[in-house]
Design a protein around this ligand. Sequence first.
Ligand code: GLP
Length: 282
Amino acid sequence: MPCSFPRRNVHFEFNMNIFGCAVKEPVMEVVICSDEQQVGQVAANRVLRWVEGLATPVLGLATGSSPLALYNELARRVEEGEIDFSCGIGFALDEYVGIDPENPLSYRQTILRTVVEPLRMDPTRVRVPNGFTPDLAAAALEYDRAIAAAGGVDVQVLGIGSNGHIGFNEPTSSFASRTRVKTLTEQTRADNARFFGEGERVPTHCVTQGLGTIMEARHVVMVATGRHKARAVTAMIEGPVAAVCPASILQFHPSVLVVVDEAAATGLNHADYFRHVADILI
Ligand code: GLP
């Protein structure tokens, strides 16, 4: 089947006219969903709208449990023949340092399992930062160059860490940062310990796309579910833009959709306003 992204019906079509100006994409748009399944549907609809018409869409891929509902929904549509990602290009956000890319715990294998296979992408067109090389700095530099050579990321999928990190950009990361080695916080290592078996040590370092790299994506879809994400979500959306919550830099991005479930929205002071805006726009 040829690669194609046909027109389709989407739930959320934003076409507002405010004081005579056509507004196609609000800057940081927040949608609060009743459950994880709806989060996946809303996020998938938007991804498909943003890649529509692109012959070789470039996706920025996140690991973690948050985007799974989105990937599952996209996979369902691939399964039904509605879309075809076989010509898509993918760049993962991050990778652990010191874990063999063949190890099932590596983000390379995680991306292959959770995204590449279900979406039937071509694995040779999907890259993950190299955390298993003696020259990590050179590999990181080359990674940013490869993203640029592919024409940049069209749609970046993001989750958020409980401490507000995106990728593995831990609190106090520079807003201008590029792909590089970072030291993981103890909080992140504790959060991710669930993926590692007893006696297996969670790595202390990673290679992650920088905040500056992530901000260059044309569109961003951020998904967050669960009460344990509520604090980070509130800081990202309503807090000041500050390096203590790296995700807050997204307030400066020109095209971001944040999709959260009720639990992740519990800390939002402006939840009613976001619901009101979504009601008007739908
Ligand atoms: C990891 C990843 C992030 C991800 C975060 C949240 O640390 N590096 O990209 O967003 O965890 O993961 P989860 O969605 O499983 O809570």
